[in-house]
Design a protein around this ligand. Structure first.
Ligand SMILES: CC(=O)c1nc(NC(=O)[C@H]2CNCCN2)sc1-c1cc(O)cc(O)c1
Length: 130
């Protein structure tokens, strides 16, 4: 109904704003677009569910996320994939793992500081009612 559509619209606006701010952070440049499988040919053999900021935005626009929890499941894939693909004691691996850990902590801090628990509960109730 109208009120429920207003809630889901506000959720989409909140999630787009979170991604916009992450995309401006130079530390997270590697996470903005899908990993280029030309540059990194073995990537899809290691990582089963690639994810990046641009794909998150597309998913939002396609109304894929009805709750912040659903969004977080995909957003977490970005840093989880980077940790999985970069396990070695190699300086390049360690560098991207630091950025993956910074992304994990930054997303959690934004959600903790800016998501109203009551708002997320309303989103969950709408989803359960459908
Ligand atoms: C995003 C990610 O997980 C990623 N990991 C990499 N790891 C390596 O290159 C390590 C792997 N271990 C052996 C030594 N090389 S490169 C890379 C990447 C960075 C970009 O700026 C764009 C892009 O498409 C992919």
């Amino acid at each position: 109904d109208k009120q429920e559509e207003d809630v889901l619209r506000e959720l989409r606006l909140f999630l787009r704003n979170v991604i916009e701010r992450l995309s401006l952070d130079r530390r997270f440049r590697a996470f903005t677009k899908p990993v280029d499988t030309e540059e990194v040919p073995d990537y899809l053999m290691v990582i089963k569910k690639p994810m990046d900021f641009s794909t998150l935005l597309t998913n939002i626009d396609e109304h894929k996320y009805h709750t912040v929890r659903e969004f977080m499941a995909d957003a977490d894939l970005i840093w989880q994939n980077a940790l999985e693909y970069n396990p070695d004691n190699d300086p390049i691996d360690r560098h991207i793992r630091h950025r993956a850990c910074a992304l994990k902590d930054t997303v959690r801090a934004i959600i903790r500081d800016e998501l109203d628990g009551d708002f997320e509960r309303v989103c969950e109730e709408i989803r359960e009612s459908r």
